[in-house]
Design a protein around this ligand. Structure first.
Ligand SMILES: [Zn+2]
Length: 86
């Protein structure tokens, strides 16, 4: 059981909180900093060295090359999650 800190500052940009989000398609949860678009999976340490980039993850999931936001917006793909479903 992973216990999430109530508020965790993004270690990469230190400008915003890391918040729980999920993919609308299948409910896969992750942590996201909406300031610098850093993404972490729930079983990963929230550290700079382990940060993924939201655009890369979304592009890979959707099978598109390059920028995945040319014909969609965040709300089409992801949404804030009240908690983790694992
Ligand atoms: Zn950040």
């Amino acid at each position: 059981m992973l216990v999430m800190p109530a508020q965790l500052v993004c270690p990469r940009c230190e400008q915003d909180w890391v918040r729980p989000y999920r993919f609308k398609a299948d409910g896969t949860s992750f942590l996201l900093c909406t300031e610098c678009d850093s993404l972490w999976w729930p079983d990963e340490a929230v550290a700079v060295a382990r940060a993924h980039f939201l655009d890369d993850v979304v592009a890979a999931r959707l099978g598109v090359e390059g920028n995945p936001w040319s014909d969609r917006v965040w709300a089409d793909v992801i949404e804030p999650a009240p908690d983790f479903r694992r």
